[in-house]
Design a protein around this ligand. Sequence first.
Ligand code: AMP
Length: 192
Amino acid sequence: MVNLVLFGPPGAGKGTQSEKLIRKYSFVHISTGDLFRWHTKNDTALGKRVKEIMNSGALVPDEITIAMLKEELDKNPQAKGFLFDGFPRTVAQAEALDQFMKNNGSAIHHVIALDVTEEELRARIAKRRTVENRPDDQEEKLNKRITEYFSKTIHVLPYYKKQGRLHTIHGIGAIDEIFDAICAHLDKKQKV
Ligand code: AMP
């Protein structure tokens, strides 16, 4: 079992690369952003709690996010491996994830960070806004999301770096080239 965290700021290409990775390696894909969007769309109790927070571009509190993640892990006991996309976004989430993995006799084997400049991110999200119409891609929400990334989420990187699990990949260029760089790293490190 190989578990991967795909890390990067909003607009770094995590969703696009995740789709390609799950096709190639049959990971169970866990995107906390997609899960929250499912809950808000279906107006569940959780959806009602997080809707305003998400629309503001802020992070959902750890307690709610970690509980939802745990539930998702428990639903997939037969998974060959997990790909975490958009989680962890705080050090507390990273610690909780390590603990869950450890409890299941497993671990996070790879953390791949997509490195993209802030300027490129803003340009990409402006483009995505016209295609997907996500309310949290509007300008002031976008500013908040980028601020949340650089004030909270970025601290997750040294957490993994210290443990020698972090691998950074240049996230600007052709989608397939970035994908090949990720696969080369995964294939070199360990058979998936
Ligand atoms: P994403 O699609 O991953 O950019 O997530 C969309 C929104 O969902 C974020 O702006 C947050 O409001 C919320 N969210 C997703 N994942 C997390 C997380 N790991 N921790 C806190 N909030 C999250």
